[in-house]
Design a protein around this ligand. Structure first.
Ligand code: NAP
Length: 376
C-alpha cells in the first residue's frame, strides 16, 4: 500500500506539520479487535508508507475477511495477512496479542524493527515482582521490562521519542489514571482514605475470542460484577498515580472494582476521592483545566443541563477522546470523578497511535481526529 500524498494536519494546540509517508509499520495479532482497530487507523495514516498485518492463525486470508469494515474502497488494494515469521523488517511493530505472549517474543520482533509498541500488559508494570502478584507468573524479560515506557502520552510524552519499547495501557486503567491524576497531583487528598474506583466496561475489552461469558444469551443485558476486588489494572493505577495499593494493615489504598455492562465498546469509571479540606466545583475546574488545557484528547464535560451532562462512552465510539467530569459532594469531603473512553481507541489502539505520533514528532492528533457519531 502506498500513499502518494502529503497532508498538512492542523491541531488547535500545535503548529501544522507537513507529514509525508515515510515509515513502514507491522501489526502482529491482526485478527483481534485491537489489531483490527490499529489496521483501520494505520491504513489511512499520512505518515505510513507501507503496512503489513500478521496473524499466527489467519495468515493467507484477506484482512477484510476478519474485519469486514476494512473491505477495500477508494482504489485501495486488499490487504493480505502474513505469518509473523514473514514480516519484513520495518520501522515499528505493534504487538496486539493476548497477554503473556509478547514478553517471550520481544527479541524476535526487536530484530525486525527498532521500535515496538506492545498493547498487552507484558511491559506495563515497572516492578518485575508485580507480575507474579497480579498476573500469576514471573516476567520472562525483566531486562527489557526496565526499558519500557508506559505509553500514555499525557503521562510520559517526553520519554516517548527515545523509547524502543512502548507499552500500551489497560483500558479501565487509562480512564482511572487520566481521571484521577490531576486531583492526586494537587496533594490535597486524604491518604488515610481509599481511592474508590468503580469501572464499567463493554464486551470488546475481552477480545475477539469467544468465551462462556461472551456467549450472547449470557452477555447481553448484563450488569455483571466480574472483579469486585483484585482486578489486575489496580497495579497500573497505583503505579501511575503513585498511590499505595491497600496493604491490609493501613487505611487508604486503591479500592477498584470492575463491572461488565451492556456495551460493545466503552469504558466509564466513577471514582470517589476524599480531600483533607473541602473543595468546590470551581476548584476542580481550575485543577482540571490547568492539567488538560493543552491536551488534544482530554475534554472536560460538565454541563448544567441536558442529557449529556457528564462523560458518556456512547458518544465516544471510534474516537480517541477521554472525557472527564467531576463534582464535589456538598455534604462531605468527597469528590466524584467520572471518566469515559472507547476501550479500543483511547483505551488501546488509538492511544498506541497517539504514542507513535508523539515518538515520531508528528502532530499527536494525526489519523485520530474522528469526533464521533450522534445519534448512535
Ligand atoms: N480489547 C481491549 O479493549 C483492550 C484494551 C487495552 C489493551 N488490550 C490488550 O491488547 C491485547 C490484544 O487485545 P484484543 O482485544 O485485540 O485481543 P483479541 O481480540 O483476543 O486478539 C488478540 C490476538 O491474540 C491472539 N490470540 C487470540 N487467541 C489466541 C489463542 N487462543 N492462542 C494464541 N493466540 C491467540 C490472536 O493473534 P493472531 O492474530 O496472531 O492469531 C489475536 O489476534 C491484549 O493483550 C489486551 O490485554 C485490549
Amino acid at each position: 500500500m502506498h500513499h502518494a500524498r502529503n497532508i498538512t494536519p492542523m491541531t488547535g494546540n500545535s503548529a501544522p506539520t507537513a507529514i509525508s509517508p515515510s515509515i513502514s509499520v507491522g501489526i502482529v495479532g491482526a485478527s483481534g479487535y485491537t489489531g483490527g482497530e490499529l489496521a483501520r487507523l494505520l491504513m489511512d495514516h499520512p505518515g505510513v508508507a507501507h503496512l503489513q498485518v500478521a496473524s499466527s492463525h489467519h495468515a493467507g486470508k484477506y484482512l477484510h475477511a476478519l474485519h469486514p469494515h476494512l473491505r477495500p474502497a477508494f482504489g485501495r488494494d486488499p490487504i493480505r495477512i502474513v505469518s509473523p515469521d514473514d514480516l519484513a523488517p520495518c520501522d515499528v511493530i505493534f504487538l496486539a496479542q493476548r497477554h503473556g505472549m509478547s514478553m517471550g517474543e520481544i527479541d524476535r520482533y526487536a530484530r525486525s524493527a527498532p521500535r515496538i509498541i506492545d498493547l498487552s500488559a507484558d511491559f506495563r508494570l515497572r516492578d518485575p515482582a508485580d507480575y507474579p502478584r497480579w498476573y500469576g507468573h514471573e516476567h520472562a524479560d525483566p531486562t527489557r521490562l526496565a526499558t519500557a515506557v508506559y505509553g500514555v502520552p499525557e503521562l510520559h510524552r517526553a520519554e516517548l521519542p527515545a523509547a524502543a519499547l512502548i507499552s500500551g495501557a489497560g483500558c479501565l486503567a487509562t480512564a482511572a489514571i487520566l481521571g484521577l491524576r490531576p486531583l492526586v497531583a494537587t496533594g490535597l487528598l486524604d491518604q488515610a482514605m481509599p481511592l474508590i474506583i468503580e469501572g464499567k466496561v463493554g464486551s470488546s475489552a475481552l477480545g475477539a475470542t469467544p468465551a462462556p461469558g461472551s456467549h450472547h444469551p449470557e452477555r447481553s443485558h448484563v450488569v455483571r460484577a466480574y472483579a469486585p476486588t483484585g482486578h489486575r489494572h489496580t497495579a497500573e493505577i497505583a503505579q501511575e498515580l503513585h498511590w499505595p495499593i491497600a496493604n491490609g494493615s493501613e487505611p487508604g489504598g486503591i479500592a477498584f472494582s470492575a463491572t461488565a455492562v451492556e456495551l460493545v465498546r466503552g469504558v466509564a469509571i466513577t471514582a470517589h476521592a476524599f480531600t483533607r479540606e473541602k473543595l468546590t466545583d470551581h476548584d476542580l475546574w481550575q485543577i482540571y483545566r490547568r492539567a488538560y488545557r493543552d491536551e488534544p484528547f482530554m475534554r472536560l464535560v460538565k454541563e448544567r443541563a441536558g442529557v449529556y451532562r457528564y462523560p458518556e462512552p456512547k458518544v465516544l465510539i471510534g474516537t480517541n477522546f477521554c472525557d472527564i467530569g467531576f463534582e464535589t459532594d456538598p455534604q462531605s469531603h468527597r469528590v466524584v470523578i467520572i471518566a469515559a473512553l472507547d476501550n479500543l481507541m483511547k483505551g488501546a489502539a488509538g492511544n498506541a497511535l497517539q504514542a507513535l505520533n508523539c515518538a515520531m514528532g508528528w502532530d499527536e492528533t494525526t489519523g485520530l481526529r474522528f469526533t464521533g457519531l450522534h445519534p448512535i
